[in-house]
Design a protein around this ligand. Structure first.
Ligand code: KG4
Ligand code: ZN
Length: 341
């Protein structure tokens, strides 16, 4: 029997709702919050307020585009965390209200699991490539950088993680140093295309096992820019593209090195990437090239599934619902990943 899932995502600065029939996407509506741009980062209080304004029209549009009324939904999947508490609370409270009003069961979703399971969404007119189990996923977002081993949709083990900054944070913070707008990742990606990626060398982390570190790179980037600016105040303006290209290359190499090690250690050769930074062209090209060299099957998400979206929450909700994992009415949002595990 077909299962229709409404997904709701509100963990950071995008309000999103999506409808799936089984794993097939019927609609995916995202309202991005422009209000944070002028502050150079997400302001939590402003994010919660914008979610409150957006959530009803966004859900309404998602249902309408899918041609589904609320009473036809089998379950409401919502992001429980990790994320900004005030933002999460809007999605959780809305899900509860809708659940009570229409007597629909709810399913809690871990946002990071959502990013990973976005690889199992299909489009109405097109099946997308799905990795086989077990596979490895490099999860790279604004808040997290992890290598995970995925044995089934519900069995996910973190085998490597960042000990300080996330890869997305490294992009965003270095962008800020150069005076680029938030979020910096996509801007650096664009500028890097015109630069020389060998122009600058930045510090590389020395971290054991499969873990990552990006704070040393960030500091070394900061010092380079500061020293050069003292000598020439026009430095950033003149060398922006070279700085971006060199920084992006360094981040991609750091990410790939541990991923290669994880594949060797586990013998797993189905390799996926997910999360906002998986939109990065340097990372996408790098994974494909590494895969060709090493006999991997590589899985790159469609661009619309890289950054935060409710389709990934709905598909995770679908697998949880099928396994009878329903949320209770006292479900509450959690800010940190550790509280979810
Ligand atoms: O997954 P996501 O939308 O939100 C979180 O869950 O954190 O990821 C947002 C991050 C930001 O740091 C943003 O700069 C980065 O993804 N990002 C990129 C690109 N597009 C988004 N980083 C590098 N290159 C891109 N093209
Ligand atoms: Zn995310």
């Amino acid at each position: 029997m077909d299962i229709t899932i409404l997904g709701i995502e509100s963990s950071c600065d995008d309000t999103s709702a999506a409808v799936l029939r089984n794993n097939v996407l019927l609609s995916n509506v995202i309202a991005s919050q422009e209000v944070h741009r002028k502050y150079g980062g997400v302001i939590p209080e402003l994010a919660s307020r914008a979610h409150q304004q957006n959530i009803i029209p966004v859900v309404d549009t998602a249902l309408r585009e899918a041609g589904v009324t609320a009473d036809r939904i089998d379950a409401i999947a919502f992001t429980r965390g990790p994320g900004l508490l005030g933002s999460l609370l809007v999605g959780v409270s809305f899900a509860k209200g809708l659940s009570i009003a229409h007597n629909i069961p709810m399913v809690e979703v871990n946002h990071l699991q959502g990013h990973i399971l976005s690889h199992f969404i299909d489009l109405p007119d097109r099946k997308l490539p799905h990795p086989d189990f077990p596979f490895l996923c490099l999860l790279v977002s604004g808040g997290h950088t992890q290598i995970v081993r995925v044995d089934s949709p519900l069995e996910i083990e973190i085998i490597g993680t960042t000990i300080d900054d996330a890869a997305g944070e490294a992009f965003d913070k270095c962008a800020k140093v150069m005076g680029l707008p938030y979020p910096g990742g996509p801007v650096i990606d664009r500028l890097a295309a015109q630069g020389d990626d060998k122009a600058f060398r930045f510090a590389r982390p020395r971290v054991d096992d499969l873990d990552y570190s990006f704070s040393g790179l960030k500091t070394s980037f900061l010092y380079t820019v500061r020293d050069e600016m003292e000598a020439d105040p026009e430095f950033i303006e003149k060398r922006k593209a070279d700085l971006c290209a060199s920084l992006q290359k360094t981040i991609v190499e750091i990410l790939l090195e541990k991923l290669v090690r994880a594949s060797k250690a586990t013998g797993i050769k189905d390799i996926a990437i997910a999360g906002g930074v998986s939109a990065n062209s340097g990372l996408r090209n790098g994974i494909v090239a590494e895969g060709e060299r090493r006999g991997w099957r590589t899985f790159l998400p469609e661009f619309k599934f890289t950054t935060d979206n409710a389709a990934m929450i709905a598909v995770s909700g679908y697998y949880r619902y099928k396994n009878g994992l329903l949320a209770t009415p006292d479900s509450a949002p959690v800010a940190r990943l550790e509280e979810l595990l």
